[in-house]
Design a protein around this ligand. Structure first.
Ligand SMILES: [Mg+2]
Length: 232
């Protein structure tokens, strides 16, 4: 138990490290696969288009769009090959936000921490491996391992799993995350406290909670402010 009586549980993407760094690394892996499949065009032009599309806000169908822009038909086979290269690659350049590194050290010294993260299991595991953070947590929950997409947030399953592993009363948990579209509804319903980190320029910085049940209790611009909002 932490001295403060609170147990902090963190989201991963864009809460502890910038997910865009993973995306750029994955696009480079996909571009290498593209270069192998279509050597007459090569990986360079594909990567340039994909990075540009991502920078312009494209999400979800970047490969189809990049293929169109380099004049290649988006065959199901080629797209599947690119998706596989993206999801199976091992990122090598991920790093925690500085405020996240400090918060994990500060709060980890007070008691066990938790992690609840959504997304494909192989992808999320590779991110945790690359960041070298697994040892910092008493419980790491990959929601995908609990039942695929049905168990992703806003499902409560990941939060229930962490509670069963860390064994604290619901009111002692705090979930720290960045996306009000899916992060806060379930822990709030379970009786947890919730903190949103809204960093300037963050992926979800402009997203507002769809309703009061999805809104965090408190918002910070940096995890450096966690202690101030949790010990007001
Ligand atoms: Mg996130």
């Amino acid at each position: 138990m932490s001295a403060s009586g609170l147990t902090l549980v963190f989201d991963l993407d864009d809460t502890l490290y910038p997910e865009r760094d993973y995306v750029r690394s994955g696009l480079a892996a996909a571009a290498r696969a593209f270069g192998d499949a279509v050597p007459e065009v090569g990986e360079g032009p594909f990567l340039a288009r994909a990075i540009s599309l991502f920078g312009a806000g494209a999400r979800g169908r970047i490969f189809d769009q990049a293929l169109a822009e380099v004049g290649q038909p988006a065959s199901a086979e080629l797209v599947a090959r690119l998706v596989e290269a993206y999801r199976d690659h091992e990122p090598t350049s991920l790093a925690l936000f500085e405020d996240a590194r400090a918060a994990l050290a500060r709060w980890g010294a007070r008691g066990p921490l938790g992690l609840v993260t959504d997304g494909y299991l192989t992808v999320q595991r590779a991110k945790v491996r690359s960041l070298g953070i697994e040892r910092l947590f008493g419980a790491v929950c990959y929601t995908d391992a609990l039942g695929g997409r049905d168990a992703w947030k806003p499902s409560p399953r990941g939060f229930v799993d962490v509670m069963s592993r860390l064994g604290r009363p619901a009111s002692r948990y705090v979930y720290v995350a960045d996306n009000p579209n899916k992060d806060f509804q379930a822990p709030r319903a379970l009786g947890w406290r919730t903190v949103r980190v809204r960093r300037e320029g963050g992926e979800h910085a402009c997203v507002e909670a769809p309703d009061a049940n999805a809104a965090p209790d408190v918002e910070v611009a940096s995890l450096d402010a966690l202690d101030a909002v949790l010990f007001p």
